[in-house]
Design a protein around this ligand. Structure first.
Ligand code: F6P
Length: 547
């Protein structure tokens, strides 16, 4: 199926031509009901998408496109445990991990809920033991520091959530994340820690990831300088699908928390990969996170497409990528504790929808996933917002705004929010030549000086953004937000007719790293066959590392 050939897509091409010069500013002036028309609410989370390059007709057409690609049916196929990750022959069931209603979800004729509940119960028992001090290190002390060793989905999601939920931390618990095989990451983390009170969570779905296993081995060597081999069981636990590899590594499989192949890495924070979240904030807060995800799952499954938050956000993304030619999408949380939110979204979106092959294995001729990026506001305003306001690219922005802070400080929160709202207003309205002229005259400019400066101060405006606004960043709200983006990515994958749940594109680099490694381990080994650039860079590394 090629979406660009279907009549609804063609109709959107014509609609784009009619609409591309329509000004949002004028549309707002003409329609006092625009905000109401273009907002959706889900349990305290409001999406305002009125500051987009859309009319009611645009949304009607985007929804028709979603229907024409069978969106409701695809949603059901995911929820019912069908192997929609067809290149790996796997179901896609992160929704089961947070299925708080506990209704059966079948995979290959078997309900997966009992095993999910069993692992949740195991996580709870373990958290209780650690928090109460019943779980003791080799010298009889209570654990104070959790070190998660994992990468990609086994790092980004839990690290982002732990940062965001710092106000919920269990007293006396600290959490650290080591992901990079660059020794700096591990060394600078360990130098602050006491092996007697440190608990390592080795998190790897496959338990074959080079970076994670290397870091875990080095962490164990560090530990063994203080503890003995038999103490390892008290200080190392694992989260994986691969019990054999966990045992081979030397972690007692009694201390292993299982995940399943139907949990994608970038969708795994809801599984036992979330163990550091539960250890850091308590199992109750982890469950509140699941509750929030489940609320969004129900919204996604049950709301009609035109009132469906992930569908609307996904279709707006398609509108900009495929019709306006946008290449990137910024996510800007006005909450410092969500600093890692864009990073997690980057993996979620780009590893899912960075595809050039459709589900039938054909190379596709239309654009798929955009580059996702962003940093917290207001910092971004003083860095890259210039380009979003006056640059030559159209960059849709998602503003994420919690109304109340966990850390109220005089007027800080009002100033923060005023800035967030100001950015979306400025992007939408811009500033035209007449307005700039009036301002310059007021400031005493005239003649040539005024004319010379004027064009530089004009803002084109008409730049799109979504605003996601909610009362406070609670575990439930964070769960809703993350699940919203997961489903948005799914919606886009359905339209683009790609498999959003495999990631073959990351394999080649992994394979080549294994080929290059022997060339770097031994200085006098014969260098393998590479292109001349790689060969010469290997030679240079061999020379320079002795300096
Ligand atoms: O290299 C990509 C990837 O496979 C991600 O999809 C995954 O989240 C990450 O590596 C880590 O994989 P694992 O959890 O198996 O160590």
């Amino acid at each position: 199926m090629t979406p660009i050939n279907i009549p609804e897509w063609q109709s959107l091409i014509r609609h784009y031509t009619d609409l591309k010069y329509t000004s949002m500013r004028e549309e707002f002036a003409l329609d006092s009901g625009r905000f109401k028309r273009f907002t959706i609410e889900c349990d305290g989370l409001l999406l305002d998408y009125s500051k987009n390059r859309i009319t009611k007709e645009t949304i009607d057409k985007l929804i028709k496109l979603a229907k024409s690609v069978d969106m409701p049916n695809w949603i059901e196929r995911m929820y019912s445990g069908e192997a929609i990750n067809h290149t790996e022959d796997r179901a896609v069931l992160h929704i089961a991990l947070r299925n708080r209603s506990n209704t059966p979800i079948m995979v290959d004729g078997e309900d997966v809920m009992p095993e999910i509940n069993a692992v949740l119960a195991q996580m709870k028992r373990f958290c209780d033991q650690v928090h109460s001090g019943e779980w003791q290190g080799f010298s009889g002390k209570k654990m104070t520091d959790i070190v998660n060793i994992g990468i990609g989905g086994s790092d980004l999601g839990p690290a982002m959530i732990c940062d965001a939920l710092e106000p919920y931390e269990v007293e006396g618990m600290s959490v650290h994340f080591v992901s990079n095989v660059d020794g700096t990451d591990l060394s600078t983390t360990l130098e602050k820690l006491n092996p007697e009170t440190t608990l390592f969570v080795v998190a790897s779905k496959t338990f074959t990831t080079q970076e994670t296993l290397t870091n875990a081995e080095s962490a164990r060597s560090w530990f063994l300088k203080s503890g003995s081999q038999q103490d390892v069981a008290k200080h190392f636990v694992a989260v994986s699908t691969n019990a054999k590899a966990v045992a081979e590594f030397g972690i007692d499989t009694d201390n292993m928390f299982e995940i399943w192949d139907w949990v994608g890495g970038r969708y795994s924070l809801w599984s036992a990969i979330g163990l550091p979240i539960a250890l850091y904030t308590g199992m109750e807060n982890f469950e509140r996170l699941l509750d929030g995800g489940h609320a969004m799952d129900n919204h996604f499954r049950n709301q009609p497409l035109e009132k469906n938050m992930p569908v609307i956000m996904g279709m707006l993304g398609v509108w900009y990528v495929n019709f306006f030619g946008s290449q990137t999408h910024a996510i800007v949380p006005y909450d410092h504790s969500l600093a890692r939110f864009p990073n997690h979204m980057q993996q979620l979106d780009m590893e899912s929808n960075g595809k050039v092959t459709n589900r039938e294995g054909q190379r596709i001729s239309y654009k798929t996933g955009p580059v996702i990026w962003g940093t917290p506001g207001t910092n971004g305003q003083h860095a890259y917002f210039q380009l979003i306001h006056q640059g030559t690219q159209l960059i849709p922005v998602d503003f994420v705004l919690p109304v109340n802070s966990h850390y109220p400080e005089s007027d800080h929160q009002s100033i923060l929010l005023a800035n967030g709202l100001a950015q979306s207003e400025a992007l939408m309205k811009g500033k035209n030549a007449e307005e700039v002229r009036a301002e310059l005259v007021k400031d005493g400019f005239e003649g040539e000086a005024l004319e010379a400066l004027l064009p530089h101060k004009v803002f084109p405006g008409n730049r799109p953004s979504n605003t996601l606004i909610f009362p406070k960043l609670t575990p439930e709200m964070l769960g809703k937000l993350v699940a919203l983006y997961e489903h948005k990515v799914f919606v886009q994958g359905v339209v683009w007719n790609i498999n959003s749940f495999d990631q073959w594109g990351v394999e080649l680099g992994k394979q080549l790293a294994k080929v290059i490694l022997p060339d770097l381990l031994e200085d006098d080994a014969q260098i393998g066959v590479h292109d001349s650039s790689t060969t010469n860079l290997i030679k240079m590394i061999r020379e320079l590392r002795h300096d």
